[in-house]
Design a protein around this ligand. Sequence first.
Ligand code: SAH
Length: 206
Amino acid sequence: MMFQLTLRRRGISDRAVLRAMEEVPRDVFVEARDRTEAYRDSALAIACGQTISQPFVVAYMTEQLQLQKQHRALEIGTGSGYQAAILSRLCQHVLTVERYRTLADTARKRLETLGYYNIEVLLGDGYDMPAGAGDFDRIIVTAAMEQIPDKLLQRLEPGGVLIAPVGPHHGTQTLVRMVRTEAGFDRKDLVDVRFVPALPGIAREL
Ligand code: SAH
């Protein structure tokens, strides 16, 4: 209840998004020691020095994506798998990519256990997506990029939307929303955010 109220008070109004936020148990995605903190509106540390994003930011980015049932979505930065779970309630298929094997494996098992079968977790580098992955109606980047790689923008279907935190790796970034138009891309800067950096290559550490 408190969770919903906080999100509404902060301006999340899309009912489908609020429903998805209610449906997905965030406590399953946080570390065991943080279970009691799971429904507070804050980011929490997970394995490999990464974080599960603040619920408001997850809801806000999801709302800005304007997902439709038939959409195929791509997420760069699986982390705990929480954002992917939320997306999966609102569209047809989610491909989520993570550069740490430990995080990818844990998220995959967790999402299977929860029965979220329309999500594929891939160990890989979001800066260097394999061509075989195809194009996407929606792309969400959940790690900070100094700039949006053209390679990623090219994976958007016509009319497609990409959301990414853009800015310095250590500091504040701006959430940027790009829409693919006939002429190119429309850019809109949304709000300031802080994400862990998006780093190139698959992590050498587990
Ligand atoms: N969306 C996640 C939180 C993301 S934290 C959740 O809901 O829990 C950012 C994640 O992006 C980290 O796990 C980090 O390892 C991953 N990451 C950073 N750079 C990446 C890259 N180039 N490709 C794929 N994943 C990346």
